[in-house]
Write a protein that binds this ligand. Structure first.
Ligand code: CDP
Ligand code: CDP
Length: 228
């Protein structure tokens, strides 16, 4: 069957990346984590003290950033590299999480990363998750999903994930971070998080990961048939 592209957008910690990874593996498609790219740029900006209000410094920094994904066969997952260094764990720390939405709101940053993401999605057979995938990055994606979930449930899930990585973070701090990021991500001028009309909405509050995977796989199969 002809390959399609699947765009998964939504708020933080609704289950986008966990779902996207499984869907991609079942379809033997490529999974692309666009958030990891924004996180890697943010890490570079923090480590190099880049002043976000200084256009020249932002341009210079972007020229010096090279992001790629490499498969770790031991862990059986793809990991994010920034200028040749494995930053997969560091980009998920609160240091980066607390800054990422400010960096992602910069139009210059979005321009560079959207171009890179569009290149990766060109050949079809891609499942990409983020905030602007259905609206900006892959507007022609055959299947678009918009994920939501109750904020407290999202915060508890994120807290559990951080705990598994031995990071103990207070629930209130996580709720505050999710609220702040949702606000910045939905209100920025370029590439805001929106639900496009054609996207199917999945509220993951009361369902299991497997249930949302099944729903997307069913939708994907019918789009593939339509696309023949
Ligand atoms: O996993 P989580 O939902 O916490 O976040 P993420 O997907 O890793 O994305 C981190 C941040 O990157 C988001 O809060 C957005 O500010 C930004 N982002 C974006 O602006 N556009 C995307 N396509 C993906 C992420
Ligand atoms: O990518 P996003 O930030 O939207 O979420 P995630 O990183 O996939 O995190 C969601 C967490 O909630 C993961 O630990 C999932 O196993 C868990 N989860 C879920 O995704 N869906 C459910 N229905 C229940 C739990």
């Amino acid at each position: 069957m002809k390959k399609i592209n699947i765009a998964i957008d939504g708020y933080s910690a609704c289950g986008k990346s966990s779902t996207a990874k499984i869907v991609a593996s079942r379809l033997e498609y490529k999974y692309i984590d666009s958030g990891a790219m924004y996180r890697a740029v943010t890490l570079y900006f923090i480590d190099n003290y880049v002043d976000l209000t200084n256009d020249k410094k932002v341009d210079q920094a972007l020229e010096n950033i090279n992001i790629d994904f490499r498969f770790n066969s031991k862990k059986e997952k793809s990991e994010t590299y920034l200028n040749g260094l494995n930053v997969e764990d560091e980009i998920r720390t609160m240091k980066v999480t607390n800054m990422v939405s400010e960096v992602s709101a910069l139009p210059k940053v979005r321009k560079v990363l959207v171009e890179l993401q569009q290149k990766l999605g060109k050949k079809k057979g891609v499942v990409m998750d983020g905030r602007d995938i259905g609206s900006v990055v892959l507007p022609d994606a055959e299947l678009k999903v918009f994920m939501t979930a109750d904020k407290r449930v999202r915060a508890l899930r994120r807290q559990q994930e951080l705990l598994e990585k031995e990071q103990l973070v207070d629930l209130d701090e996580i709720i505050e971070n999710l609220t702040k990021r949702d606000n910045i991500d939905t209100s920025r001028e370029v590439g805001p998080l929106i639900k496009v009309d054609e996207a199917i909405e999945i509220d993951t509050t009361h369902i299991t990961l497997e249930e949302q995977v099944e729903e997307i796989l069913n939708e994907a199969t019918s789009r593939m048939v339509e696309n023949q």
